[in-house]
Design a protein. Structure first.
Length: 92
């Protein structure tokens, strides 16, 4: 199991998400990433070292962007798919 480290903005990301979905992310999707970081797809271009984990809840598409740094998983962003990569670019 890997250690989880969060970008300071992730807390704000989670506050924007419906509580039911937020709980699902914290109980299902983050533990899945921490136990198997290769689940996310490797991104290309400016995001070459970043992985993106995709999932759908209540007909909404979400993304979790993260980096694998040794034994740490650095969670960069959690958000809906719309404008995800534009916001991610500003954050990196």
């Amino acid at each position: 199991m890997y250690n989880d480290v969060y970008h300071p903005q992730v807390k704000k990301d989670l506050k924007k998400i419906d509580p039911y979905i937020r709980k699902k992310i914290q109980s299902t999707h983050l533990p899945a990433i921490l136990s198997n970081p290769s689940l996310g797809q490797m991104l290309a271009g400016n995001f070459a070292d970043i992985r993106s984990y995709h999932f759908t809840v209540a007909k909404q598409q979400f993304r979790i962007a993260y980096m694998v740094l040794g034994i740490d998983i650095f969670i960069l962003m959690i958000a809906k798919r719309s404008n995800f990569y534009t916001t991610l670019k500003k954050r990196t």
